[in-house]
Write a protein that binds this ligand. Structure first.
Ligand code: NAD
Length: 294
């Protein structure tokens, strides 16, 4: 990977209008951050519940800023007005960039990406926020793979400074430059990396999760592991981090990593999150994961 210096200068235009597909943990966060930094964004989901959650998330973050005196109520209204919640593709022919943030499932992503490609112009850049799935694989059904790439935010979006911009085999320089410029506009630091399952950060993070899982399988108490890692200096331990990420999302991503690196990330490493997933304990998103949040 290379730090994305110089890319922004190559951008052919400013991003004036954006759209995000999926209003979940990540989509809601991306909509908030874009709106907060001044770029209007359509936030599309297939479920009204999803949209309500995304808007609630933005409202909570903004209300905190108002309480702390860092934002006026008027400005809060302006930011919220820049998020346009929708269940349809109306107006998608008028956006410069679309960020796809639906579930981490290659089949669902293939169908959503193909669908949105039919709704935007030939100039629109389509980015995916996938955590792990190869960009070249996701590009397979697309007619304009040159307009497609990865734009990988981290959770929580408003706090985490890094964005991985992932270049597929056919991605154009225009697409990279535009997405780097958009990331910068959102106050993030972009790095441009090559394509492979997990990209850069998750190739470091998932072996760490696998190490955690093996310790639990060997009989360690997950709360003790969390305490130790916090004492060591990390902001949170692996079990708590999995709850924040979403166990369901983590399990899907682990599967992609196990398939991508079968000799290093085999199935037996993922035991801890699999048990949680089968018990439908998805983490903070449904109030129960390794810990209870009710
Ligand atoms: P989530 O489950 O919180 O949200 C997914 C949303 O997508 C839901 O609201 C769902 O209704 C919606 N959706 C499903 N199909 C759709 C469709 N066809 N069109 C529009 N919306 C649709 O998931 P998330 O954690 O936000 O993850 C989204 C993506 O971001 C995944 O690819 C994930 O790997 C990636 N990601 C997640 C994290 C994390 O920490 N959670 C971090 C980085 C990247």
């Amino acid at each position: 990977g290379k730090v994305a210096k110089g890319w922004e200068k190559k951008a052919d235009k400013k991003i004036e209008r954006a759209a995000v597909l999926g209003a979940g943990i990540m989509g809601g966060g991306i909509a908030y951050q874009s709106a907060y930094k001044g770029v209007p964004i359509k936030m599309k989901d297939i479920a009204q519940d999803g949209i309500d959650l995304g808007l609630k998330h933005a409202n909570q973050l903004l209300s905190k800023l108002v309480e702390r005196g860092r934002l006026t109520a008027g400005k809060m209204g302006e930011v919220l007005n820049r998020i346009e919640p929708t269940l349809s593709y109306d107006g998608f022919d008028d956006v410069d960039v679309v960020v796809e943030a639906v579930v981490e499932n290659p089949k669902v992503k293939h169908s959503v990406l193909k669908e949105v490609e039919g709704k935007v112009t030939e100039d629109t850049v389509i980015a995916t926020n996938t955590s792990t799935i190869s960009i070249d694989h996701l590009a397979e059904p697309l007619e304009r793979p040159e307009n497609f790439l990865g734009m990988h935010f981290f959770n929580p979006v408003h706090k985490m400074p890094l964005v991985e911009v992932i270049r597929g085999e056919k991605t154009s320089e225009k697409a990279i430059a535009r997405v780097v410029a958009y990331a910068n506009k959102m106050g993030k630091k972009a790095i441009v990396v090559r394509d492979c399952p997990g990209f850069l950060v998750n190739r470091v993070l998932f072996p760490y999760f696998a190490g955690f899982s093996m310790l639990v399988r060997d009989g360690a108490d997950f709360q003790e592991i969390d305490k130790v890692m916090e004492r060591w200096g990390w902001p949170m331990g692996p079990a708590y981090l999995m709850d924040v990420v979403g166990i369901d999302t983590g399990v899907h991503a682990e599967k992609v990593m196990a398939e991508g690196f079968p000799d290093r990330m085999g199935k037996s490493f993922t035991a801890a999150s699999d048990v949680m997933y089968e018990a439908k304990r998805y983490g903070q998103k449904n109030d129960k994961g390794f810990y209870n949040y009710e």
